[in-house]
Design a protein around this ligand. Structure first.
Ligand code: NDP
Length: 320
């Protein structure tokens, strides 16, 4: 049986290795896909739908397609023009729902103005909803009966478990209440017997709440917003945020380690920006026992869990 480490004794290693856990999950999925092909003579298939020219969406979609192909899935990239109407998008999804050779459907968000995200998500067959955003799947999650939880929070749970970090009885605080991260994260913590607090933009005196958290998950989309004063000494801090920092003057203030500062400046010179989480890295490193890096932490787990959800959806469809 796995021995869980009490939080106070885990100060030595500071980085929670999202890359290692993501690689493990992908390896398990690769084996699952091989077994699927052996049983059914065809690979499980993921259809990714993207509307318009959002640059970040294109990067995310390419990454998902590339990973799915590396693991042996068949994938389809449906790139629809920005002029696509809601009715046209609904018709495309209806066709993917109908097709027996498509196991998972993912519609990349955000969608262009004029298309109602909610209506689109509700139109996806819940059995093919690999993001876990359909209201039926959200309801199952809340009831503790989910087949597939949203990828980012599900990946965070995997990371904590595989890093032997105990959730039972701990105070888990989630900052952010989006349907994609914050809310499902809180539900999953509840299922793992944590005592859960959810904070958001209307929370009064945020630091007075977050600094009681043994496990602090931050998903707000504000660069380096969470500072030392928000963090309990010895806490586990999971930084979900992915923000583009376009002012290189701030880099020296964000990192203590000279090598990291040099690496970030080099990255900035190449791209014109660097990726920063919602947590101030230098300040958090001084207070937390464990911390996820950005990049290289939660983002990698999200894609790995998408692959896992797709394989599970394919297996469930064949079993039903
Ligand atoms: P949303 O914009 O949908 O939600 C942000 C949440 O943060 C809201 O609930 C908002 O509160 C809350 N919030 C905003 N400002 C504050 C504040 N000052 N104090 C407390 N709460 C605040 O964001 P997402 O959940 O979609 O994403 C959050 C971040 O995570 C982004 O940086 C995004 O890029 C990143 N992300 C990363 C992923 C990954 O794989 N690594 C996956 C998904 C997201 P209110 O509800 O009151 O407005």
């Amino acid at each position: 049986m796995t021995e869980h480490l009490p939080l106070k004794q885990i100060a030595a290693a500071r980085t929670l290795d999202g890359a290692r856990v993501a690689a493990e999950i992908k390896e398990e999925v690769r084996e699952g896909v091989s077994e699927f092909v052996r049983l059914y003579d065809a690979p499980p298939a993921l259809a990714v739908v993207r509307v318009g020219d959002d640059a970040a969406s294109l990067v995310y979609v390419r990454n998902k397609i590339r990973t799915s192909e590396e693991l042996g899935f068949r994938s389809e990239h449906h790139a629809l023009p920005a002029s696509t109407t809601e009715a046209e998008l609904l018709a495309s999804i209806s066709e993917l729902n109908r097709r027996d050779d498509v196991d998972g459907i993912l519609v990349q968000l955000p969608l262009p103005h004029g298309i109602d995200d909610k209506k689109i998500i509700e139109s996806i067959d819940p059995a093919k909803d690999v993001d876990g955003f359909h209201p039926l799947n959200v309801g199952r999650l809340v009831a503790g009966q989910a087949d597939a939880a949203p990828c980012t929070p599900a990946g965070i749970i995997k990371l904590l478990k595989r890093s032997n970090i105990e959730m039972r009885g701990r105070h888990a605080c989630v900052v952010g209440r989006s349907n994609i991260v914050g809310r499902p994260m809180a539900q999953l913590f509840l299922q793992h017997d944590a005592t859960v607090t959810i904070c958001h933009s209307r929370t009064i005196d945020l630091a007075s709440v977050t600094r009681h958290a043994d496990i602090l998950v931050v998903a707000i989309g504000r660069a380096a917003f969470i500072q030392g004063e928000h963090i309990k000494a010895g806490a586990v801090v999971i930084d979900v945020g992915m923000n583009q920092l376009t002012d290189s003057n701030i880099i020296d203030e964000l990192f203590d380690d000279a090598e990291e500062v040099a690496r970030r400046h080099a990255s900035f010179a190449k791209r014109g920006y660097i990726l920063i989480g919602d947590v101030h890295p230098a300040q958090a490193a001084k207070k937390a026992a464990w911390l996820t890096p950005v990049p290289g932490g939660v983002g990698l787990l999200t894609v790995a869990m998408l692959m896992r959800n797709t394989l599970h959806a394919a297996n469930r469809r064949r079993a039903s």
